[in-house]
Design a protein around this ligand. Structure first.
Ligand code: BES
Ligand code: MN
Ligand code: ZN
Length: 498
Protein backbone atom coordinates (compact mmCIF):
# COMPACT_ATOMS: atom_id res chain seq x y z
CA UNK A 1 0.00 0.00 0.00
CA UNK A 2 1.36 3.42 -0.92
CA UNK A 3 2.37 5.99 1.67
CA UNK A 4 -0.31 8.41 2.91
CA UNK A 5 0.47 11.36 5.22
CA UNK A 6 -1.34 14.52 6.33
CA UNK A 7 -0.27 18.16 6.11
CA UNK A 8 -1.72 21.70 6.16
CA UNK A 9 -0.87 24.37 3.58
CA UNK A 10 -2.02 26.34 0.54
CA UNK A 11 -2.47 24.63 -2.82
CA UNK A 12 -0.34 27.14 -4.71
CA UNK A 13 2.61 26.38 -2.43
CA UNK A 14 2.70 22.59 -2.87
CA UNK A 15 5.66 21.25 -4.83
CA UNK A 16 3.96 17.96 -5.65
CA UNK A 17 3.49 16.38 -9.04
CA UNK A 18 -0.24 17.00 -8.69
CA UNK A 19 -2.69 18.86 -6.51
CA UNK A 20 -6.24 17.48 -6.45
CA UNK A 21 -9.02 19.98 -5.83
CA UNK A 22 -12.75 19.34 -5.70
CA UNK A 23 -15.06 21.15 -8.06
CA UNK A 24 -18.71 21.43 -7.11
CA UNK A 25 -21.69 21.45 -9.42
CA UNK A 26 -21.92 24.71 -11.38
CA UNK A 27 -18.10 24.90 -11.60
CA UNK A 28 -17.81 26.11 -8.01
CA UNK A 29 -14.42 25.82 -6.35
CA UNK A 30 -13.93 25.17 -2.63
CA UNK A 31 -11.72 27.40 -0.42
CA UNK A 32 -8.34 26.02 -1.54
CA UNK A 33 -9.41 26.10 -5.18
CA UNK A 34 -10.39 29.76 -4.88
CA UNK A 35 -7.05 30.53 -3.20
CA UNK A 36 -5.23 28.84 -6.05
CA UNK A 37 -7.34 30.69 -8.56
CA UNK A 38 -6.28 34.00 -6.98
CA UNK A 39 -2.63 32.98 -6.74
CA UNK A 40 -2.41 31.88 -10.36
CA UNK A 41 -4.23 34.70 -12.09
CA UNK A 42 -6.69 34.03 -14.86
CA UNK A 43 -5.75 30.58 -16.02
CA UNK A 44 -8.04 28.60 -13.73
CA UNK A 45 -10.98 30.88 -14.50
CA UNK A 46 -10.30 30.57 -18.23
CA UNK A 47 -10.15 26.79 -17.89
CA UNK A 48 -13.46 26.72 -16.06
CA UNK A 49 -15.03 28.99 -18.70
CA UNK A 50 -14.06 26.52 -21.41
CA UNK A 51 -16.56 24.08 -19.89
CA UNK A 52 -14.07 21.18 -19.99
CA UNK A 53 -15.27 20.27 -16.53
CA UNK A 54 -18.75 20.82 -15.13
CA UNK A 55 -18.35 19.69 -11.56
CA UNK A 56 -20.52 16.62 -12.16
CA UNK A 57 -19.65 13.86 -9.72
CA UNK A 58 -16.57 11.91 -10.71
CA UNK A 59 -15.56 13.71 -13.91
CA UNK A 60 -12.13 15.32 -13.89
CA UNK A 61 -9.84 17.66 -15.82
CA UNK A 62 -6.15 18.50 -15.63
CA UNK A 63 -4.35 21.86 -15.85
CA UNK A 64 -0.61 21.91 -16.37
CA UNK A 65 2.13 24.35 -15.33
CA UNK A 66 0.06 27.08 -13.72
CA UNK A 67 2.08 30.20 -13.25
CA UNK A 68 2.09 31.25 -9.60
CA UNK A 69 1.97 27.68 -8.32
CA UNK A 70 4.73 25.11 -7.84
CA UNK A 71 2.81 22.01 -8.81
CA UNK A 72 3.18 20.30 -12.18
CA UNK A 73 -0.52 19.72 -12.55
CA UNK A 74 -3.83 20.50 -10.93
CA UNK A 75 -6.61 17.95 -11.09
CA UNK A 76 -10.11 19.31 -10.69
CA UNK A 77 -12.40 16.48 -9.73
CA UNK A 78 -16.16 16.89 -9.91
CA UNK A 79 -17.90 16.46 -6.55
CA UNK A 80 -21.45 17.21 -7.72
CA UNK A 81 -24.03 18.64 -5.35
CA UNK A 82 -22.36 19.23 -1.98
CA UNK A 83 -25.65 18.63 -0.13
CA UNK A 84 -25.72 15.07 -1.44
CA UNK A 85 -22.20 14.13 -0.36
CA UNK A 86 -21.65 11.22 2.02
CA UNK A 87 -18.47 9.69 3.40
CA UNK A 88 -18.74 7.15 0.63
CA UNK A 89 -18.71 9.94 -1.97
CA UNK A 90 -15.30 10.87 -0.56
CA UNK A 91 -14.06 7.27 -0.82
CA UNK A 92 -15.24 7.16 -4.42
CA UNK A 93 -13.73 10.53 -5.33
CA UNK A 94 -10.34 9.82 -3.79
CA UNK A 95 -10.27 6.41 -5.44
CA UNK A 96 -11.12 7.92 -8.83
CA UNK A 97 -8.46 10.62 -8.45
CA UNK A 98 -5.83 8.14 -7.29
CA UNK A 99 -6.62 5.71 -10.11
CA UNK A 100 -6.49 8.43 -12.78
CA UNK A 101 -3.20 9.83 -11.46
CA UNK A 102 -1.76 6.34 -11.05
CA UNK A 103 -2.02 5.91 -14.83
CA UNK A 104 -0.19 9.18 -15.58
CA UNK A 105 3.22 10.57 -14.79
CA UNK A 106 2.60 11.92 -11.29
CA UNK A 107 4.29 10.29 -8.28
CA UNK A 108 3.70 12.45 -5.22
CA UNK A 109 0.34 14.17 -4.98
CA UNK A 110 -1.79 16.24 -2.58
CA UNK A 111 -5.52 15.80 -2.08
CA UNK A 112 -7.71 18.67 -0.86
CA UNK A 113 -10.80 16.49 -0.66
CA UNK A 114 -11.51 16.81 3.11
CA UNK A 115 -12.50 20.39 2.34
CA UNK A 116 -15.83 19.14 1.05
CA UNK A 117 -18.68 19.39 3.53
CA UNK A 118 -20.32 16.09 4.38
CA UNK A 119 -23.40 16.26 6.55
CA UNK A 120 -22.78 14.83 10.04
CA UNK A 121 -19.16 13.91 9.37
CA UNK A 122 -16.17 15.07 11.41
CA UNK A 123 -12.92 16.08 9.75
CA UNK A 124 -11.37 12.83 11.00
CA UNK A 125 -14.19 10.80 9.38
CA UNK A 126 -13.54 12.58 6.09
CA UNK A 127 -9.78 12.09 6.20
CA UNK A 128 -10.29 8.41 7.00
CA UNK A 129 -12.68 8.03 4.06
CA UNK A 130 -10.27 9.76 1.66
CA UNK A 131 -7.38 7.54 2.78
CA UNK A 132 -9.53 4.40 2.50
CA UNK A 133 -10.54 5.42 -1.01
CA UNK A 134 -6.92 5.67 -2.11
CA UNK A 135 -5.85 2.35 -0.64
CA UNK A 136 -8.97 0.44 -1.68
CA UNK A 137 -9.08 1.99 -5.14
CA UNK A 138 -5.45 1.28 -5.99
CA UNK A 139 -5.72 -2.37 -4.93
CA UNK A 140 -4.99 -4.84 -7.67
CA UNK A 141 -4.28 -8.55 -7.84
CA UNK A 142 -1.87 -9.17 -10.68
CA UNK A 143 0.63 -11.57 -9.16
CA UNK A 144 -0.18 -14.26 -11.73
CA UNK A 145 0.24 -12.00 -14.76
CA UNK A 146 3.80 -12.48 -15.88
CA UNK A 147 3.90 -9.53 -18.30
CA UNK A 148 3.98 -6.35 -16.24
CA UNK A 149 2.62 -3.12 -17.72
CA UNK A 150 5.42 -0.85 -18.90
CA UNK A 151 5.78 2.92 -19.06
CA UNK A 152 3.61 3.38 -16.04
CA UNK A 153 4.82 5.62 -13.27
CA UNK A 154 2.74 4.48 -10.34
CA UNK A 155 1.78 6.84 -7.55
CA UNK A 156 4.34 6.92 -4.76
CA UNK A 157 2.62 8.95 -2.07
CA UNK A 158 -0.55 10.87 -1.28
CA UNK A 159 -0.65 13.81 1.12
CA UNK A 160 -4.10 14.54 2.51
CA UNK A 161 -4.36 18.29 3.08
CA UNK A 162 -6.05 19.56 6.25
CA UNK A 163 -7.53 23.02 6.96
CA UNK A 164 -5.07 23.84 9.75
CA UNK A 165 -1.97 22.58 11.57
CA UNK A 166 -4.17 22.08 14.62
CA UNK A 167 -5.85 19.21 12.78
CA UNK A 168 -2.68 17.22 12.20
CA UNK A 169 -2.97 14.93 15.21
CA UNK A 170 -6.59 13.96 14.45
CA UNK A 171 -5.67 13.58 10.80
CA UNK A 172 -2.81 11.22 11.55
CA UNK A 173 -5.02 9.07 13.78
CA UNK A 174 -7.64 8.94 11.03
CA UNK A 175 -5.07 7.80 8.46
CA UNK A 176 -3.83 5.14 10.87
CA UNK A 177 -7.38 3.82 11.25
CA UNK A 178 -7.81 3.81 7.49
CA UNK A 179 -4.51 1.94 7.08
CA UNK A 180 -5.69 -0.82 9.43
CA UNK A 181 -9.11 -1.09 7.81
CA UNK A 182 -7.93 -0.92 4.20
CA UNK A 183 -5.09 -3.32 5.02
CA UNK A 184 -7.57 -5.80 6.47
CA UNK A 185 -9.91 -5.35 3.51
CA UNK A 186 -7.17 -5.81 0.93
CA UNK A 187 -5.92 -8.88 2.79
CA UNK A 188 -9.43 -10.37 2.59
CA UNK A 189 -9.51 -9.49 -1.13
CA UNK A 190 -6.19 -11.24 -1.68
CA UNK A 191 -7.43 -14.41 0.02
CA UNK A 192 -10.59 -14.37 -2.09
CA UNK A 193 -8.73 -13.75 -5.33
CA UNK A 194 -6.21 -16.54 -4.79
CA UNK A 195 -7.22 -19.50 -6.95
CA UNK A 196 -8.57 -22.66 -5.36
CA UNK A 197 -5.43 -24.64 -6.08
CA UNK A 198 -3.44 -22.19 -3.95
CA UNK A 199 -6.01 -21.09 -1.38
CA UNK A 200 -6.78 -24.46 0.22
CA UNK A 201 -7.94 -25.13 3.79
CA UNK A 202 -4.29 -25.71 4.72
CA UNK A 203 -3.36 -22.35 3.16
CA UNK A 204 -6.07 -20.55 5.15
CA UNK A 205 -4.66 -22.12 8.31
CA UNK A 206 -1.16 -20.88 7.41
CA UNK A 207 -2.52 -17.40 6.73
CA UNK A 208 -4.15 -17.36 10.16
CA UNK A 209 -0.91 -18.50 11.82
CA UNK A 210 1.01 -15.81 9.94
CA UNK A 211 -1.03 -13.09 11.69
CA UNK A 212 1.49 -13.29 14.52
CA UNK A 213 0.98 -10.93 17.47
CA UNK A 214 1.58 -10.90 21.26
CA UNK A 215 -2.10 -10.75 22.01
CA UNK A 216 -3.24 -13.26 19.41
CA UNK A 217 -3.37 -17.02 19.83
CA UNK A 218 -4.09 -19.11 16.75
CA UNK A 219 -4.92 -22.82 16.80
CA UNK A 220 -5.23 -24.72 13.53
CA UNK A 221 -6.73 -28.20 13.75
CA UNK A 222 -5.85 -30.70 11.05
CA UNK A 223 -8.07 -33.61 10.07
CA UNK A 224 -6.94 -35.84 12.94
CA UNK A 225 -7.61 -33.07 15.46
CA UNK A 226 -10.99 -32.35 13.85
CA UNK A 227 -11.93 -36.03 14.15
CA UNK A 228 -10.84 -36.06 17.78
CA UNK A 229 -12.81 -32.90 18.55
CA UNK A 230 -15.88 -34.36 16.86
CA UNK A 231 -16.61 -31.78 14.15
CA UNK A 232 -18.43 -34.39 12.13
CA UNK A 233 -20.52 -32.00 10.02
CA UNK A 234 -17.32 -30.45 8.67
CA UNK A 235 -15.92 -33.94 8.08
CA UNK A 236 -19.03 -35.01 6.15
CA UNK A 237 -18.67 -32.17 3.65
CA UNK A 238 -14.94 -32.89 3.40
CA UNK A 239 -15.50 -36.57 2.42
CA UNK A 240 -15.48 -35.84 -1.31
CA UNK A 241 -12.24 -33.87 -1.22
CA UNK A 242 -8.68 -35.10 -1.48
CA UNK A 243 -7.55 -32.17 0.63
CA UNK A 244 -7.70 -32.15 4.41
CA UNK A 245 -10.12 -29.78 6.16
CA UNK A 246 -9.03 -27.23 8.75
CA UNK A 247 -10.76 -25.84 11.82
CA UNK A 248 -9.15 -22.54 12.77
CA UNK A 249 -9.55 -20.76 16.11
CA UNK A 250 -8.22 -17.25 16.73
CA UNK A 251 -8.24 -15.61 20.15
CA UNK A 252 -7.40 -11.92 20.34
CA UNK A 253 -7.01 -10.45 23.82
CA UNK A 254 -7.33 -6.67 23.46
CA UNK A 255 -9.78 -6.06 26.32
CA UNK A 256 -10.10 -7.03 29.97
CA UNK A 257 -8.92 -10.55 30.72
CA UNK A 258 -12.32 -11.95 31.64
CA UNK A 259 -14.46 -9.85 29.26
CA UNK A 260 -16.56 -12.08 26.97
CA UNK A 261 -15.30 -11.80 23.38
CA UNK A 262 -17.22 -11.01 20.22
CA UNK A 263 -17.18 -14.21 18.19
CA UNK A 264 -16.59 -13.94 14.44
CA UNK A 265 -17.41 -17.13 12.54
CA UNK A 266 -16.52 -17.67 8.88
CA UNK A 267 -17.47 -20.06 6.08
CA UNK A 268 -14.25 -21.22 4.45
CA UNK A 269 -15.26 -23.29 1.40
CA UNK A 270 -12.09 -23.00 -0.68
CA UNK A 271 -14.03 -24.43 -3.62
CA UNK A 272 -17.69 -25.37 -3.86
CA UNK A 273 -18.53 -27.58 -6.82
CA UNK A 274 -21.81 -28.46 -5.13
CA UNK A 275 -20.78 -32.04 -4.38
CA UNK A 276 -22.97 -34.87 -5.71
CA UNK A 277 -25.72 -32.25 -6.22
CA UNK A 278 -23.27 -30.70 -8.68
CA UNK A 279 -23.49 -27.10 -9.83
CA UNK A 280 -23.77 -26.13 -13.52
CA UNK A 281 -20.45 -25.44 -15.27
CA UNK A 282 -21.12 -21.77 -16.07
CA UNK A 283 -19.40 -19.52 -13.54
CA UNK A 284 -18.46 -22.45 -11.38
CA UNK A 285 -14.97 -20.90 -11.20
CA UNK A 286 -16.48 -18.17 -9.03
CA UNK A 287 -16.93 -20.73 -6.29
CA UNK A 288 -13.29 -20.23 -5.37
CA UNK A 289 -14.74 -17.18 -3.58
CA UNK A 290 -16.83 -19.40 -1.33
CA UNK A 291 -14.27 -18.85 1.43
CA UNK A 292 -14.89 -15.10 1.60
CA UNK A 293 -16.59 -15.44 4.99
CA UNK A 294 -13.33 -16.86 6.34
CA UNK A 295 -11.43 -14.11 4.52
CA UNK A 296 -13.58 -11.44 6.21
CA UNK A 297 -12.86 -12.93 9.63
CA UNK A 298 -9.10 -12.98 8.95
CA UNK A 299 -9.24 -9.44 7.52
CA UNK A 300 -11.00 -8.15 10.64
CA UNK A 301 -8.40 -9.80 12.88
CA UNK A 302 -5.63 -8.20 10.83
CA UNK A 303 -7.28 -4.79 11.17
CA UNK A 304 -7.92 -5.31 14.91
CA UNK A 305 -4.28 -6.16 15.51
CA UNK A 306 -3.03 -3.17 13.56
CA UNK A 307 -5.32 -0.71 15.34
CA UNK A 308 -4.77 -2.26 18.80
CA UNK A 309 -8.50 -2.80 19.19
CA UNK A 310 -9.32 -2.73 22.90
CA UNK A 311 -11.73 -5.67 22.83
CA UNK A 312 -11.57 -9.43 22.96
CA UNK A 313 -12.32 -11.39 19.80
CA UNK A 314 -12.86 -15.07 19.14
CA UNK A 315 -12.50 -16.18 15.53
CA UNK A 316 -13.76 -19.55 14.29
CA UNK A 317 -13.31 -20.75 10.72
CA UNK A 318 -14.41 -24.08 9.26
CA UNK A 319 -12.68 -24.82 5.98
CA UNK A 320 -12.93 -27.53 3.35
CA UNK A 321 -13.65 -28.07 -0.33
CA UNK A 322 -17.02 -29.41 -1.48
CA UNK A 323 -16.27 -31.87 -4.29
CA UNK A 324 -17.52 -35.12 -5.74
CA UNK A 325 -15.93 -38.50 -5.34
CA UNK A 326 -16.51 -42.09 -4.36
CA UNK A 327 -16.43 -41.12 -0.69
CA UNK A 328 -18.44 -37.92 -1.02
CA UNK A 329 -21.45 -37.36 1.21
CA UNK A 330 -24.77 -37.91 -0.55
CA UNK A 331 -28.34 -36.66 -0.66
CA UNK A 332 -30.23 -38.69 1.91
CA UNK A 333 -27.29 -39.05 4.30
CA UNK A 334 -27.88 -38.18 7.94
CA UNK A 335 -25.07 -36.44 9.85
CA UNK A 336 -24.81 -36.16 13.62
CA UNK A 337 -23.24 -32.75 14.12
CA UNK A 338 -20.79 -31.67 16.85
CA UNK A 339 -23.69 -30.28 18.87
CA UNK A 340 -25.61 -33.56 18.57
CA UNK A 341 -28.31 -32.12 16.30
CA UNK A 342 -28.95 -34.55 13.43
CA UNK A 343 -29.01 -33.20 9.88
CA UNK A 344 -30.65 -34.84 6.88
CA UNK A 345 -28.76 -33.91 3.71
CA UNK A 346 -31.18 -33.25 0.87
CA UNK A 347 -28.81 -31.25 -1.29
CA UNK A 348 -25.03 -31.54 -0.95
CA UNK A 349 -24.72 -28.04 -2.40
CA UNK A 350 -26.21 -26.56 0.77
CA UNK A 351 -22.90 -27.34 2.46
CA UNK A 352 -22.12 -23.96 4.00
CA UNK A 353 -24.78 -24.24 6.69
CA UNK A 354 -23.55 -27.76 7.46
CA UNK A 355 -19.95 -26.80 8.19
CA UNK A 356 -21.08 -23.61 9.95
CA UNK A 357 -23.20 -25.71 12.30
CA UNK A 358 -20.05 -27.07 13.93
CA UNK A 359 -18.26 -23.70 13.91
CA UNK A 360 -21.25 -21.90 15.45
CA UNK A 361 -21.83 -24.60 18.08
CA UNK A 362 -18.16 -24.42 19.07
CA UNK A 363 -18.28 -20.61 19.25
CA UNK A 364 -21.49 -20.67 21.33
CA UNK A 365 -19.88 -23.07 23.81
CA UNK A 366 -17.27 -20.40 24.58
CA UNK A 367 -20.06 -18.09 25.80
CA UNK A 368 -19.13 -15.02 23.75
CA UNK A 369 -20.98 -11.72 24.25
CA UNK A 370 -22.36 -12.06 20.73
CA UNK A 371 -21.75 -14.01 17.53
CA UNK A 372 -21.44 -12.55 14.05
CA UNK A 373 -21.07 -15.01 11.19
CA UNK A 374 -19.97 -14.33 7.62
CA UNK A 375 -20.92 -16.65 4.80
CA UNK A 376 -21.38 -16.70 1.04
CA UNK A 377 -24.37 -18.80 1.94
CA UNK A 378 -27.18 -18.53 -0.61
CA UNK A 379 -27.76 -17.73 -4.25
CA UNK A 380 -31.18 -16.51 -3.08
CA UNK A 381 -29.49 -13.61 -1.31
CA UNK A 382 -27.87 -12.54 -4.58
CA UNK A 383 -31.33 -12.51 -6.16
CA UNK A 384 -32.86 -10.57 -3.26
CA UNK A 385 -30.24 -7.88 -2.66
CA UNK A 386 -27.81 -8.06 -5.57
CA UNK A 387 -24.37 -6.72 -4.83
CA UNK A 388 -25.39 -3.57 -2.94
CA UNK A 389 -26.01 -5.00 0.53
CA UNK A 390 -25.25 -8.12 2.53
CA UNK A 391 -28.21 -9.97 4.01
CA UNK A 392 -28.58 -9.54 7.76
CA UNK A 393 -30.60 -11.96 9.87
CA UNK A 394 -30.42 -12.84 13.54
CA UNK A 395 -31.57 -12.81 17.12
CA UNK A 396 -29.26 -10.13 18.56
CA UNK A 397 -31.25 -6.91 18.34
CA UNK A 398 -28.40 -4.76 19.68
CA UNK A 399 -25.74 -6.22 17.41
CA UNK A 400 -28.05 -5.95 14.38
CA UNK A 401 -28.73 -2.30 15.19
CA UNK A 402 -25.01 -1.64 15.52
CA UNK A 403 -24.29 -3.38 12.23
CA UNK A 404 -26.93 -1.33 10.41
CA UNK A 405 -25.37 1.89 11.68
CA UNK A 406 -21.88 0.67 10.77
CA UNK A 407 -23.17 -0.31 7.33
CA UNK A 408 -24.44 3.20 6.69
CA UNK A 409 -21.20 4.73 7.96
CA UNK A 410 -18.90 2.54 5.87
CA UNK A 411 -21.15 1.86 2.85
CA UNK A 412 -20.32 -1.83 3.46
CA UNK A 413 -24.06 -2.17 3.67
CA UNK A 414 -26.49 -4.62 5.24
CA UNK A 415 -30.23 -5.12 4.84
CA UNK A 416 -32.24 -7.12 7.34
CA UNK A 417 -34.53 -9.99 6.41
CA UNK A 418 -37.02 -11.37 8.96
CA UNK A 419 -36.72 -14.71 10.73
CA UNK A 420 -40.30 -15.34 11.84
CA UNK A 421 -40.87 -18.62 13.72
CA UNK A 422 -43.04 -19.91 10.87
CA UNK A 423 -40.02 -20.11 8.57
CA UNK A 424 -38.45 -22.66 10.92
CA UNK A 425 -41.03 -25.25 9.83
CA UNK A 426 -39.53 -25.29 6.35
CA UNK A 427 -36.46 -27.14 7.64
CA UNK A 428 -38.29 -29.85 9.60
CA UNK A 429 -37.03 -33.26 8.50
CA UNK A 430 -39.04 -36.49 8.31
CA UNK A 431 -36.20 -38.59 9.67
CA UNK A 432 -33.73 -36.26 11.44
CA UNK A 433 -33.89 -33.11 13.59
CA UNK A 434 -33.51 -30.78 10.59
CA UNK A 435 -32.89 -30.96 6.87
CA UNK A 436 -30.37 -28.82 5.01
CA UNK A 437 -32.74 -27.23 2.50
CA UNK A 438 -35.99 -25.42 3.06
CA UNK A 439 -37.40 -25.43 -0.46
CA UNK A 440 -37.51 -22.61 -2.99
CA UNK A 441 -39.24 -20.03 -0.83
CA UNK A 442 -37.17 -17.65 1.30
CA UNK A 443 -33.91 -19.53 0.74
CA UNK A 444 -31.75 -16.98 2.54
CA UNK A 445 -34.01 -17.00 5.57
CA UNK A 446 -34.34 -20.78 5.86
CA UNK A 447 -30.54 -21.07 5.65
CA UNK A 448 -30.39 -18.67 8.61
CA UNK A 449 -33.08 -20.74 10.41
CA UNK A 450 -30.75 -23.71 10.06
CA UNK A 451 -27.85 -21.74 11.56
CA UNK A 452 -30.07 -20.49 14.39
CA UNK A 453 -30.28 -24.03 15.77
CA UNK A 454 -26.60 -23.89 16.73
CA UNK A 455 -26.12 -20.56 18.51
CA UNK A 456 -28.06 -21.28 21.74
CA UNK A 457 -29.24 -18.03 23.30
CA UNK A 458 -26.17 -15.99 22.40
CA UNK A 459 -27.15 -12.73 20.62
CA UNK A 460 -26.38 -13.54 17.01
CA UNK A 461 -26.20 -11.78 13.65
CA UNK A 462 -25.72 -13.68 10.40
CA UNK A 463 -24.29 -11.89 7.35
CA UNK A 464 -25.01 -13.51 4.00
CA UNK A 465 -22.27 -12.02 1.80
CA UNK A 466 -23.01 -14.15 -1.28
CA UNK A 467 -23.80 -11.06 -3.38
CA UNK A 468 -21.24 -8.68 -1.92
CA UNK A 469 -18.05 -10.70 -1.36
CA UNK A 470 -16.88 -10.48 -4.96
CA UNK A 471 -17.92 -8.63 -8.09
CA UNK A 472 -17.37 -9.32 -11.76
CA UNK A 473 -17.75 -5.73 -12.95
CA UNK A 474 -15.54 -3.71 -10.62
CA UNK A 475 -16.76 -0.72 -8.59
CA UNK A 476 -15.41 2.73 -7.83
CA UNK A 477 -13.42 1.35 -4.91
CA UNK A 478 -12.83 -2.28 -5.90
CA UNK A 479 -11.51 -3.93 -9.05
CA UNK A 480 -13.07 -7.14 -10.39
CA UNK A 481 -12.78 -9.97 -7.85
CA UNK A 482 -12.83 -10.09 -4.07
CA UNK A 483 -14.23 -6.97 -2.38
CA UNK A 484 -13.39 -7.66 1.27
CA UNK A 485 -17.09 -7.30 2.18
CA UNK A 486 -17.68 -7.38 5.92
CA UNK A 487 -14.28 -6.06 6.95
CA UNK A 488 -15.08 -2.33 6.95
CA UNK A 489 -18.55 -3.09 8.30
CA UNK A 490 -17.54 -5.12 11.32
CA UNK A 491 -14.34 -3.21 12.18
CA UNK A 492 -16.46 -0.05 12.31
CA UNK A 493 -19.06 -1.92 14.36
CA UNK A 494 -16.41 -3.07 16.84
CA UNK A 495 -15.00 0.47 17.10
CA UNK A 496 -18.48 1.81 17.85
CA UNK A 497 -19.34 -0.90 20.38
CA UNK A 498 -20.19 0.50 23.84
N1 BES B 1 -21.84 -21.09 -2.06
C1 BES B 1 -23.19 -21.30 -2.44
C2 BES B 1 -24.02 -20.02 -2.46
C3 BES B 1 -23.73 -19.07 -3.59
C4 BES B 1 -24.27 -19.27 -4.84
C5 BES B 1 -23.00 -17.92 -3.37
C6 BES B 1 -24.03 -18.38 -5.86
C7 BES B 1 -22.79 -17.01 -4.37
C8 BES B 1 -23.30 -17.25 -5.62
C9 BES B 1 -23.87 -22.25 -1.46
O1 BES B 1 -23.06 -23.24 -0.96
C10 BES B 1 -24.97 -22.92 -2.22
O2 BES B 1 -24.67 -23.60 -3.14
N2 BES B 1 -26.22 -22.70 -1.82
C11 BES B 1 -27.34 -23.27 -2.49
C12 BES B 1 -28.31 -23.76 -1.45
C13 BES B 1 -29.48 -24.52 -2.01
C14 BES B 1 -28.99 -25.81 -2.60
C15 BES B 1 -30.46 -24.76 -0.92
C16 BES B 1 -27.97 -22.19 -3.37
O3 BES B 1 -28.04 -21.04 -2.93
O4 BES B 1 -28.32 -22.50 -4.49
MN1 MN C 1 -22.95 -24.90 -2.21
ZN1 ZN D 1 -21.07 -22.82 -0.80
Amino acid sequence: MIEITVKAGAAAKQRDDAVVLPLLEGRKLTASGSDLQRATGKKVSAFLRKFDVSGAFGESGLLYDLEGSFTQRVMLIGAGDEKKLTLHSLRRLSSKAARALNKGGARDVSFYLPELNVKGASLADKVQAVAEGVWLGLYNFNKYQTKKQENIRELGSVTIMLPSRRDLEDGEAAVARARAIAGGTNFARDLGNEPGNVCTPEFLGEQALALKHDRLKVTVMDKAAIEKAGFSALLAVNQGSAKEPRFIVLEYQGGAKDAAPVALVGKGLTFDAGGISIKPAAQMDEMKFDMCGAAAVLGIFKAAIEMDLAQNLLGVIASTENLLGAAAYKPGDVITSYKGVTIEVLNTDAEGRIILSDALAYAAEKKPAEIIDFATLTGACVIALGSQASGLIGTGEKVKKGLKAAGDHTADRVWELPMYDEYQEQINSDIADIKNTGGREAGTITAACFLSRFVDDIPWAHLDIAGTAWNMKGTDISPIGGTGAGVRLVTQYLLSRD
